[in-house]
Design a protein around this ligand. Structure first.
Ligand SMILES: [Zn+2]
Length: 193
C-alpha cells in the first residue's frame, strides 16, 4: 500500500463525513491497514472483527443497497443504538473502496496554456466517455479586468482514446490531437485538488 494513496483515501472519507470524529477515522484506518476488508461480490464486503476495537463477532457483512450502506452489526444487541450511525466497519469499506478507486487505471492527456480567455471543447460524440477537469492559477493580474491565467486541462477517460479537441485561447483557435495515455487516478486527483 502506498502512503500517498492512503492519505488521499482518508481525505476523501473526511470530505464525505465531515462531522465524524478523529477516533472514528482512526478506527476505520486501523481496520483498513490490518487488511480486514474483503470484497464479497457486487455491493458486499466481509470485514474481519477486531476484538481490540470492541468487536464481538469474527466477521461482519457490509452491503451497499440503493446508495446506502448496511452492516450486520446493526442487527446485534447494540443494533438500535448503532443503526443511526455509520459504524467503522462501513467506514473501513469506504476507505478500501476509495483506495481501490485511486489505485485504478485511467487514460489521460494534459493541456497547459496561459491565456486571459480560454475554452476547451470536446466533440459531442465523446460526451459521457471523456471528462475534463481544469486547474486555474492567476499569473498576471496587472490588468485587473483581464488577468492572465495559467490553465491546466486534464482530459481523461476509462478507456484509451484518441480525439480531436478545439482549444480557444484569447481568440486563437487551435485544433488539438489528444491521445489519452494510461496513468493512475490518484495522479489526476493530486493535480486537481
Ligand atoms: Zn458495523
Amino acid at each position: 500500500m502506498s502512503r500517498e494513496l492512503i492519505d488521499l483515501a482518508i481525505e476523501r472519507l473526511r470530505e464525505d463525513f465531515p462531522n465524524k470524529s478523529r477516533s472514528w477515522v482512526r478506527r476505520a484506518l486501523i481496520r483498513f491497514m490490518k487488511n480486514t476488508v474483503k470484497e464479497y461480490g457486487e455491493g458486499a464486503w466481509v470485514v474481519r472483527g477486531l476484538p481490540e476495537l470492541g468487536d464481538r463477532y469474527p466477521t461482519y457483512v457490509v452491503r451497499l443497497r440503493d446508495g446506502r450502506y448496511y452492516c450486520s452489526c446493526f442487527e446485534s444487541s447494540w443494533g438500535l443504538r448503532r443503526k443511526s450511525e455509520i459504524c467503522t466497519h462501513i467506514a473501513a469499506v469506504i476507505l478500501y473502496r476509495n483506495y481501490k478507486r485511486l489505485d485504478s487505471d485511467v487514460y489521460a492527456s494534459v493541456v497547459n496554456i496561459e491565456c486571459t480567455d480560454y475554452y476547451l471543447e470536446i466533440p459531442s460524440e465523446f460526451r459521457g466517455r471523456v471528462k475534463v477537469v481544469k486547474s486555474v492559477r492567476v499569473v498576471d493580474s496587472s490588468d485587473r479586468l483581464n488577468p492572465r491565467h495559467r490553465v491546466m486541462y486534464i482530459v481523461y477517460s476509462d478507456e484509451p482514446l484518441e480525439l480531436r479537441a478545439k482549444l480557444v485561447c484569447d481568440g486563437d483557435v487551435r485544433e488539438l490531437s489528444l491521445r489519452l495515455a494510461r496513468t493512475r487516478r490518484y495522479i489526476i486527483e493530486l493535480l486537481t485538488h
